[in-house]
Every structure is written in C-alpha cells, then in structure tokens.
Design a protein around this ligand. Structure first.
Ligand SMILES: [Zn+2]
Length: 487
C-alpha cells in the first residue's frame, strides 16, 4: 500500500513538473530583433486628403440612385487631382467605378503583388445622425482624430495606400515587381461589379499574383487577457456563409382544434436540436496557430493551459467556445435569424419556416453544413431546403510561412515595435473573396492601431481614426510595398 502511494506521489510530481516545464518554455520564438524604422511623410497632406475623401458620400445602398452614382464619379475625379504623380506613373483601368492602377516593375520574371481597399461606405442608420459627435460626412479634424464614415472602413486604407505610393514615387523608388493597386466601389454590397471584374480581367490576362493585401484585422489593443501589447492578426482566410430553410410541416386546420402534431412544434424541436448540437470545431490548423502564438504572450496561468493541451485541451475548447468572438474562430456557427408561420391568428400553419444562417469555417464545406443539418433534424415532419442562391464557401487558407506574410509581419514590427503578430481568420467578408482566385496567397489586414472603443465605430456611430495611428499606418504601407516589391 505504502509503495502504491509512493508510486502515485512520484507520478503526480512528475506530471506537475512536466506541466510547469512546458509552460515555462512556452515563449515567443527567439524573435529577430527588428530595427525600428520611420519615414518623414507629408503628414498635413495625408490628414487633409483623408478628411476630404470622407466628404464624398460614396454610399453603397443595394439600389444606387443617379445622384449617388455621380458622387462616385466625383470621388474618382478628386483622386486624379489629389494624386497626380500616382496617375502619371501608372496605367489606370476602370471597371464600373472600381479603379485598377498598374505600377510596372523592372523585373518581368517576378510575379506582381496587389494592394487593395475600397472607397464605398455603409450608410449611416437613419435616425442616428444626431448621436455622432461630428457629422458623419464632415471629415472633421480635431487635435486627436479624423472623424466620419469611412475613417476606418476603408477610406483610411485607400488614402493610406495612395499616400504610401506617393511617398515612394517622390523618393524615386522603382519596384522590381509590378504593383497593382485596386480601389473597390461596391465592396459593401459584395464586390460583384468591382473586385470580381478586376479579378476576371487579371485572370484573363494570365496575371497570377504572388500575394495580395486587402482590408481585414487591425492592430488591436486589449484583445488578449492580461496582455497590453497590440495584436496584429494578419487574416489568412475568411469564412463563408450559407442560409438554409428549416421547415416544419403539418396538416393545418382551425386553431380551435389544434392537433398534437403542429408545424410550429416540429420546427421548434428542430431548432432546439440545432442549438444543442453545434457544428464540431476546436483548436486545429489555423485557429491553433493563432491561439498558440497569442498564448505565448499571456500570463503564466494561461500558458500552463495552452502549453499542455494534451491535458487541458478540453477545458480550453469549452472556454473558447463560450465566448462568441472566439467561438466563431473555432467552428462553423449556427444562427437562426428569421421565422415565419401562419398568416392569421386562428389558422394553423401548414408550414413553419426558419432561416438559419451558417458562417462556414475553412475546415467545412457548404455540403458539410447541409449534411450536418439534414442528419440532425430531417424527418417526415421537417424538411431542409437551400435558399434560391447557393452558399459561399470559406476561402482558401493562405500560408503564414510565405514571403508575403513575412514582409507584412516584419514591416509591422519595424514600424510599431513590440507587437504580437499572428495569423488570423476573418469572420466578415472582403473583396479578397474575388482576388483570392488570382493570388498564390491573400492577406487581410489594415496596419492601423485600434482600441476596443474605436472599433465600435466600424459600421457604427462615431467612426473615427487617430491621426497618429493613420500616419503610422501609412509608414507601415510604405514599408510593406517597398519590401514586397523589391525582390
Ligand atoms: Zn470594409
């Protein structure tokens, strides 16, 4: 008995030691030291141009009026005036109102790169205008911020890229790789007339890009528990989406004599089943790479868990699955959004319908979602149908070992210093769903620092960007384009 207790104690001691050693060695890899770089840019011009760009109401509504179309034309004319050097040194093609600039490189054997953003913006929700501290299309500049719709999404991207390219041209820089710049006019409504057309043109011209960089994540503060460093998640993939109709069926009749078998009852049971049986997911592939890198910067107690996933994997998965933002990184999400049944209070419905939206993780296909839902809920009383349009699969997952990724990573570190860079997954969509088809690797990242509070302005109220952050973002774009096109 004594021997058994001794044996167990030794085993436990060994286990504790192993867990601790793993946690103690769970550190960021010996990071190359990056020399901080900066560029003397024309700060006043950049700020003024961002402010002026916001004044154009380039709003993407589903149906465009003649007046709003003119605003897009006016914006394009204004760009011509404001970025003369860029227009001189590039060739420009316009696809509907999306612009594609080509800055020819000196080495035709190297694949081109694409740096892109969009200048259309989402509308301000009617009735919320007065909640803005500065009018949404004023482009107001105060001591700290530039204000207005598009300050984050994504006129800061478009103007940031144009300022960076202007700087390089003014400095006499000559790229070895050809650089394409594209600025979309309809990203917020799917990009089908803009980015999709550009991608089709590039494909038909046999242009295959080495990599592309589009909007995506930012340098986020206060993102990881216990870590005050900025986190730059360079999104290497984006989720897909499909909406299914789940239909409960019954005979119907008068509500004064309801049957036990009702369409609403069948639908309710199906929805509860879907709610209780989420699609499988967990720390794997991209999500593992992302959380593993971030956990190396977390307080010790978190490191103990992440460095010992063989022991704590289940706990980590269930913890991350409880938080909506991290749950969305781990799996295809399920969200019933619209319900309908009878047209009258005293009529039992023959069909009760729920629309359920799924955001598809790169580990799943559209078919996987169908199979999961059918397997779970379909029977003689419940049917699963696709909406008339088919779903959109998740994107390819780009490499986080590639040259393009390393260029973005090192540039961000050179400009912003000690920040955490990790591959990430984009939950929303971007124009890169189109460009991905003509690029070996696609990245989605805006090199602008952003606090949680500022993030709320994204598609929301009081959208604004710190002047300092915008200017540093331009410096990051300069470095990314300079290095990315050099060899
Ligand atoms: Zn956007």
């Amino acid at each position: 008995m004594l021997r058994f207790i001794k044996f167990c104690s030794l085993g436990l001691l060994f286990l504790v030691a192993l867990v601790l050693v793993n946690a103690l060695t769970h550190n960021p890899e010996n990071e190359e030291s990056y020399n901080k770089t900066t560029f003397e840019i024309n700060e006043d011009r950049a700020i003024t141009n961002l402010s002026n760009s916001i004044k154009f109401k380039t709003i993407s509504n589903q149906n465009r009026t003649e007046e709003s179309l003119q605003e897009f034309e006016r914006f394009i004319d204004w760009l011509k005036e404001s970025y003369k050097l860029v227009h001189q040194n590039t060739s420009l093609q316009i696809f509907n109102d999306t612009l594609l600039f080509k800055w020819k490189g000196s080495n035709p054997h190297l694949k081109p790169i694409l740096v892109t953003g969009h200048y259309d913006v989402v509308p301000v929700i009617p009735g919320t205008e007065d909640n803005w501290m500065e009018p949404p299309y004023s482009g107001a500049i105060d001591s700290e911020y530039v204000w207005g719709r598009g300050a984050l999404d994504d006129k800061s991207g478009v103007i940031g890229i144009l300022e960076a390219v202007s700087f390089l041209m003014e400095s006499g820089f000559e790229p070895a790789r050809t650089i394409y710049l594209s600025f979309g006019h309809d990203e917020e409504i799917g990009g089908v007339n803009g980015a999709a057309e550009v991608a089709r043109y590039l494909s038909e011209s046999n242009v295959q890009l080495e990599w592309s960089l589009d909007e995506g994540s930012f340098l986020l503060g206060g993102f990881i528990p216990g870590v005050d460093k900025l986190v730059a998640a360079i999104n290497v993939a984006e989720k897909g989406s499909v909406t299914l109709q789940v239909v409960g069926k019954a005979k119907g009749g008068h509500s004064s004599m309801p049957t036990r078998s009702s369409a609403v009852g069948h639908l309710s049971k199906a929805l509860v089943k879907l709610d209780e049986n989420r699609m499988p997911g967990g720390l794997d592939g991209l999500s593992l790479a992302m959380f593993d890198e971030m956990s190396k910067h977390m307080p010790f107690v978190y490191k103990i868990a992440f460095a010992n996933r063989w022991l704590f994997g289940g706990i980590i998965d269930s913890y991350l699955s409880q938080v909506p933002a991290t749950n969305a990184m781990l799996r295809t999400t399920t969200a019933p959004t619209m319900l309908s049944a009878s047209v009258k209070t005293n009529v039992l419905p023959i069909e009760a319908t729920a629309l359920v939206n799924f955001r598809i993780h790169p580990q799943n296909s559209v078919e996987d979602v169908f199979d999961h839902v059918r397997g779970l809920v379909e029977n003689e009383n419940v049917e699963v149908r696709a909406l008339s349009y088919s779903g959109r699969p998740a994107s390819q997952v780009s490499s986080w070992e590639s040259r393009g990724y390393k260029v973005i990573e090192s540039s961000v570190k050179e400009i912003f210093g000690d920040v955490i860079v990790a591959p990430g997954l984009m939950i929303a969509g971007s124009d890169t769903r189109h460009y991905g088809k003509v690029a070996d690797n696609s990245y989605r990242f805006n090199p602008f620092p952003l606090s949680n509070e500022e993030f709320a302005g994204f598609h929301g109220t009081n959208e604004r960007i710190k002047k300092k952050d915008f200017l540093d973002g331009i410096r990051a774009y300069i470095r990314i384009i300079e290095k990315g096109s050099s060899s």
